[in-house]
Design a protein around this ligand. Structure first.
Ligand code: SF4
Length: 332
């Protein structure tokens, strides 16, 4: 069985996107768009710097851009190199870059068993851009190739009149309801929920999707974490372009992983000094075990991602499911 040593959230510095979703964090922050990164390090070198030996074992590496993660041409090579190294690779995508999916499904099937896609389901935007067929076809393709996936919708108030229609669409096309996240208002320091509804009404409105992701995120949203956090050791964040490894999004720099690929990594947990007003990505960090004291009351990342379809099939394939059902444990 694959044992996971760490969870690392890898930032792909792309702000370009083919969509214009009103709730997008890049749109909210007013950051300039349409920037493709200059990934100056070749995939082989990135994988060398992130070798299993150096990281202490197999890791779960989450690749996510501020725009569409799969727009940069280099992504297929990077995904392949990280899979080849033996890691579990998770890709956050809007599911519409056909060229990239066509490349990825040609990778060796035994590697694709460790690959997971989180399809962000931008329902109205997919309809507006006439991209829904591409979205569905790309899900079908990666499923056939043996990859795992999840389909997740960002709730926002303008989508409320479409809830019934979306539920029907999901059952007809995904075999199960999509998962639902909790969107944050990044224009305010305390990062509140992005809605005009009360918290209670928000919970009731989007709770109809019966999503573990939604119920867990909502339960810890805006809750300041004060217990000892192993962000910086069991979990961390990495800028895939520069190689900067940090304890967490706002944590201290641990070191640059690209400067010297053989330098030992000096992991350093953030402890009780979480700088965030709340752990807004608790559905990944805490479900993987960043705060061990919470492990026995925290669901698994597999709970956040899987669905059993009405034909009995599941969104997660066995290898990825095994990876996502684990907590990362210190010293293991
Ligand atoms: S509690 Fe969450 S946001 Fe804070 S340091 Fe730990 S993982 Fe990061």
């Amino acid at each position: 069985m694959i044992r996971i040593k760490r969870f690392i959230d890898c930032f792909v510095p792309v702000t370009a996107c083919n969509m214009r979703c009103p709730y997008c964090y890049v749109t909210q922050s007013g950051t300039s768009r349409n920037q493709l990164p200059e990934l100056k390090y070749p995939p082989k070198y990135i994988a060398k710097c992130l070798s299993k030996k150096r990281l202490g074992g197999v890791c779960a590496l989450n690749l996510c851009g501020h725009g569409e993660t799969l727009l940069p041409r280099e992504m297929t090579g990077i995904i392949n190199a990280l899979l080849k190294e033996g890691h579990g690779v998770f890709v956050i995508t809007n599911g519409t870059i056909n060229e990239r999916f066509n490349e990825i499904i040609k990778l060796p099937r035994w590697r694709l068993k460790r690959l997971f896609f989180k399809f962000s389901f931008h329902y109205l935007e997919l309809l507006r851009l006439n991209l829904m067929d591409d979205f569905l076809e790309n899900i079908r393709k990666i499923k056939k190739a043996g990859c795992s996936y999840s389909i997740e919708m960002t709730p926002y108030d303008e989508l409320i009149p479409h809830i019934d229609e979306i539920k029907h669409f999901c059952m007809d096309n995904f075999g199960a309801l999509c998962h639902v996240t909790v969107a944050r208002d990044t224009t305010r320091e305390e990062l509140p929920i992005l809605t005009n509804l009360s918290r209670e009404d928000y919970g009731k409105t989007w709770g109809v999707f019966d999503s573990n992701l939604f119920s867990y995120k909502l339960s810890v949203f805006n809750v300041k974490q004060t217990k000892f956090c192993y962000g910086g050791e069991l979990t961390s964040t990495l800028n895939l372009e520069s190689g900067d490894l940090r304890q967490c999004y706002q944590g201290e720099l641990i070191q640059n992983l690209y400067e010297n690929p053989s330098a030992v990594i000096k992991w350093r947990p953030i402890g009780k000094n979480c700088p965030e007003s709340h752990c807004y990505n608790a559905h990944a960090f805490l479900t993987f075990g960043a705060i061990p004291e919470l492990n026995n009351i925290t669901p698994t990342y597999a709970d956040m991602r899987n669905r059993v379809c009405r034909d009995g099939s599941e969104w997660l394939m066995p290898t990825v499911k095994t990876i996502m059902e684990q907590k990362v444990i210190k010293g293991r």
